[in-house]
Structure formats: structure tokens, C-alpha cells
Design a binder for this molecule. Sequence first.
Ligand code: ATP
Ligand code: MG
Length: 202
Amino acid sequence: GPDATAAPRPRRVGIMGGTFDPIHHGHLVAASEVADLFDLDEVVFVPTGQPWQKADREVSPAEHRYLMAVVATASNPRFWVSRVDIDRPGPTFTVDTVRDIAAIQPDAELFFITGADALQAILSWKDAEDLFAMCHFIGVTRPGYHLSGDHLPTESVTLLDVPAMAISSSAVRERVRSGRPVWYLVPDGVVQYIAKHDLYRG
Ligand code: ATP
Ligand code: MG
């Protein structure tokens, strides 16, 4: 039987940062797949505050992005949504996100989940070295982007093939703007939330 004297295994927590404007099935499949393959106990979705990479476009109010993430994840007992980035003033830096989640879950082993496009920018992130010390990175494939391990510290980053979901929030917003359907690209509750609050109509 199990060794009663063995130290309990630390909780394994995935962190999925994103603008989530809106959250879609590409995000959810990536999180679900990483949770399964890395035996994660939970995945926390963290909508960004004011996204510094996207200063060139209007981003929907944080409260809408947060609530859509809550709606999309509500039925999964291992998924939850954190307000740490939207409640912190100023632009979001991933190092702050990871520090705040680590403070809430001091003994957890952290895994930061990121798509191929975001991973390419990883080395330009503020305090990249600190980040690699605080959490393991999992870079997942994303249609249209090449996932390359070149120049990445292999001990801190794992590259992973996930089922290809050619969905982006930009494409969802553009579809809504032009009156085309977004059913099955985002969860049903998110389709309804977008309609209820008249988001992305321009
Ligand atoms: P936008 O088009 O507004 O940039 P997005 O679809 O890229 O939106 P983000 O909120 O920017 O969504 O992405 C959050 C994280 O999810 C990033 O790490 C991104 O690489 C990853 N991601 C987004 N879409 C997919 C997808 N279809 N497959 C795998 N990973 C994805
Ligand atoms: Mg993006």
C-alpha cells in the first residue's frame, strides 16, 4: 500500500494567462490537454489587466473578459479563474502573475501554459530568468505558428502537441462584428454572454 510516511505530493497547478477577449475552445482544449498529460490538479485561467502587447487595439473591459472565462470554465471542477491580473493596477507582466499565484498556493508546483505564438515572445518577457526558476513552461502547438525549441532553456520548457484548434479571439471578434456565427468556436454560455452585452459589434 501507499507509504504513510512519504511526503504528500505537492499540488500541481497550471496557469493559463491570456487576454481572453473572448475565451474560446482553443484555450480550453490546450488547458485540458496539459492538465491530463501533466497530471495537474487544477488550471487557473488569468485574464490580463491592461495588456501591454496589445496597446494598439481596444481590449474589452476586464470584467467582461473575466466573466466570460468564469462562464466557460464553470462546469469543470479543476478549472478556475483568478482576478490577480485584473485587480493589479498597470500593465500585466507574467512574472507578477506567477508571483501572485505562487503566493496564493505556496507549496504548489507551477506550470505556465502558453501557445506557440506567445512562447516565441517568452525571452523578451521581463525577468525571464526569474520566471523559469518559479515555474515550468509548457508550450503548446497552435495552427499557423511554428513551435521551435531553439534558444529556449530545455530544462524549463516542454513543447507539447495538442489537438489543433484553428480558433483565435481575433477571428471570433471579427465574426461577431460581421454578423457571422461563433457557435462551437466558443462555449455556448460565451456566445450568449457576447449577445447579451452586445460585445464586438464595433
Ligand atoms: P487574440 O487573437 O486576441 O490575440 P488569442 O486567440 O491569441 O487572442 P489570447 O488570449 O491572446 O488568445 O491567448 C492566450 C493564450 O492561449 C496564449 O498563450 C495563446 O498562445 C494561447 N492560445 C490561444 N489560442 C490558441 C489555440 N487555438 N491553440 C493553442 N493555444 C492557443
Ligand atoms: Mg493572442
